[in-house]
Design a protein around this ligand. Structure first.
Ligand SMILES: [Zn+2]
Length: 246
């Protein structure tokens, strides 16, 4: 894409969308942002959370990284730079969001690199494998338990298990766990299959990602969800025991 397309896009935005939503932008400028939803998505250019959910400016607070991953909380926090944790902290403690959505997706390059490990073309990158190692245990377990399955099945399984792993990691932040327990914050594990244009949500009771049909409410991880239900190892065991469903 030539960079001119971005400038043409901005010109169109300014004359079109911005002009049509002047009241909204004025409200956001004067009153500030108050999104109720945080989405942790992948940096992948094909899975823009705002486009997928057709939201307006101000609706969702978004952090995107490689693989839509959430690292575990540090106790105590160290003095390194933690971009994703900082964004989550601001959304939860500052903006008081009521929902956090982890949005993984099919054909994720970050997950593929994690699965390929030393054989990955990106194995000698400076930061990539350190980051995706957030889901290293999940990857190792899935590769072991799904041995003999087609590579695509393993990739899809690790993509989904990494989302569950990130939800589990969210619960390691004390200010998230206490809000979930109080019922003021609900967690959602979603996975988007861009090949089919289908969204799936993790159902802790079924240990499965189920298609989200229409606008019926998708399963969530809330105060009634036992922590054992979001253990990635249990999810991987469940996947290993049934045919693939994605
Ligand atoms: Zn991705």
């Amino acid at each position: 894409m030539a960079l001119e397309r971005l400038l043409k896009g901005f010109a169109d935005f300014r004359l079109g969308y911005y002009h049509d939503h002047l009241d909204l932008f004025e409200k956001l400028a004067t009153e500030g942002q108050s999104p109720k939803i945080l989405i942790v998505g992948c940096a992948d250019a094909r899975v823009d959370p705002g486009i997928l959910t057709q939201t307006k400016p101000g609706d969702i607070f978004t952090v995107r990284n490689i693989g839509a991953m959430v690292p575990p909380a540090l106790d105590p926090p160290d003095s390194q730079q933690h971009g994703t944790s900082a964004a989550i902290e601001f959304a939860v403690r500052g903006l008081q969001v009521e929902h956090i959505v982890i949005l993984g997706h099919a054909l994720c390059g970050g997950i593929a690199a994690l699965v390929d490990g030393d054989k990955s073309a990106f194995a000698d990158y400076d930061y990539l494998s350190t980051w995706t190692a957030i889901a290293q245990d999940v990857r190792d377990l899935a590769v072991d338990k799904l041995k003999g399955r087609p590579k695509d099945d393993i990739l899809r399984a690790v993509e989904q298990a990494a989302v569950v792993n990130s939800v589990q990691n969210l619960m390691s932040f004390p200010w998230i766990a206490e809000r979930v327990k109080a019922g003021t914050l609900v967690l959602h594990a979603w996975w988007f299959n861009l090949t089919k244009g289908q969204l799936y949500a993790f159902n802790p009771a079924a240990l499965a990602f189920e298609p989200v049909l229409g606008i019926s409410l998708a399963p969530t991880v809330g105060k009634a969800t036992p922590l054992s239900a979001i253990a990635p190892s249990r999810f991987i065991d469940a996947i290993a025991g049934r045919p693939p469903s994605f």
